[in-house]
Design a binder for this molecule. Structure first.
Ligand code: SAH
Length: 351
């Protein structure tokens, strides 16, 4: 019988399985805290649990750890990028960033991505599978262990489309914020999506308190469809409608991500269009200089982002420019995994 991935289970689910197997349900909390508070990933080290029960636990459950395959540390700003090997030999990337208020971590939600955004390295390496809740969570636990820090913020902006792995991402968020476990408020979490409209409506119903970030990148349908194929299914009007719904349902401001790309989306006319689209919406615009991806020719002129921010400002839209971190270690998502995949010639799995 295949063992159950214990780190993907909520406290209730763990209790139910223990009861099903004839064990005492109240043990669940004790085990849950060993895993999620004390971060002990070996049943033999759970010393207040009887030897007999520990043996049973080992028969029923597995504790899936991640392994550091590669680690790059920025000499400029202490950003650390991890390439993690998953139990099945696939790879994902995680980035630890240092700010003056603490550490923030960027996690992946899938091995690769189906969305095919033209400017994104994750799309180039291809899609393999979605991550389990434990595989998203363990990127945080393993990084905290390795770096000796506690993160105070989490962004779901690594490889993958979180809303294309909806159920596992929601389970992950439950584990991340569980009061009996890791206990991180979802106020400190951002979820970034390319705009899977029906899932934005579903997410709104949950009123989780996290920040929804929407990768917009163009306010023109033809242009957006060109660079983001998802726009052919869910166009800008339907996306903005979903965002308005999300804002009114949750009372939370939405962030729009906009990578400023020369000759694609950074003209005066583009600024006009964006300002018109977002006028009156409780939102924030985050401008990103596009990260160079070697297979593509997209670039941002040095002065391009600041200039575009000014153009938006003159049109009454406040925009901030995202700080570039880890520029010396290719911290942009998808680049390490793509290189590992190229090296192995098989899309990321070891064999
Ligand atoms: N799939 C999700 C989250 C992962 S990407 C999404 O699309 O939002 C995280 C952010 O990085 C997105 O805003 C994405 O559009 C952006 N991004 C991807 N490749 C980039 C690049 N080469 N330069 C700048 N931003 C990029």
């Amino acid at each position: 019988m295949e063992k159950i991935d214990i780190l993907s289970l909520s406290l209730d689910e763990l209790g139910d399985i223990l009861a099903e197997k004839g064990e005492k349900k109240f043990r669940a909390k004790q085990i849950f805290q060993w895993l999620h508070v004390k971060r002990i990933f070996d049943f033999d080290e759970m010393t207040d649990i009887s030897v007999q029960l520990r043996l049973r636990l080992k028969e029923i459950f597995c504790i899936n750890r991640l392994f550091v395959q590669k680690k790059l540390e920025s000499a400029i700003d202490n950003t650390v990028k991890y390439l993690y090997r998953l139990p099945d030999g696939n790879f994902v990337e995680t980035v630890l960033m240092e700010y003056n208020y603490g550490h923030s971590i960027c996690v992946s939600t899938q091995v690769g991505c189906k969305m095919g955004c033209r400017f994104c390295a994750s799309a180039i390496a291809g899609y393999i599978r979605s991550l389990e809740p434990s595989e998203i969570l363990m990127q945080i636990y393993e990084t905290e262990k390795d770096a000796g820090v506690r993160v105070s913020g989490v962004v779901l902006m690594g490889i993958g489309e979180p809303l294309d792995n909806y159920d596992n991402v929601i389970s992950f968020l439950g584990l991340l914020s569980d009061k009996n476990g890791n206990n991180l408020s979802l106020r400190h979490v951002s979820l970034s999506t390319c705009g899977i409209v029906p899932k934005i409506y579903e997410l709104a119903e949950l009123k989780l308190g996290l920040t929804l970030s929407v990768s917009l990148h163009s306010a023109d349908n033809d242009r957006r469809s060109e660079i983001m194929p998802v726009n052919r299914t869910y166009n800008i009007d339907s996306l903005i409608e979903a965002c308005r719904h999300y804002i009114s349902k949750t009372g939370r401001r939405v962030t729009f991500e906009y990578a400023v790309i020369d000759n694609v989306n950074s003209s005066d006319e583009d600024a006009d269009r964006l300002a018109r689209l977002l006028r009156g919406i409780n939102c924030h615009v985050n401008l990103i200089p596009v990260n160079k991806v070697k297979e593509r020719n997209y670039r941002t002129a040095r002065a391009g982002v600041a200039e575009f921010a000014k153009r938006l400002g003159r049109r009454g839209i406040n925009a901030t420019v995202r700080r570039t971190l880890g520029s010396d270690i290719e911290a942009a998502c998808g680049q390490l995994r793509r290189d590992a995949a190229e090296h192995n010639g098989n899309g990321g799995a070891e064999n």
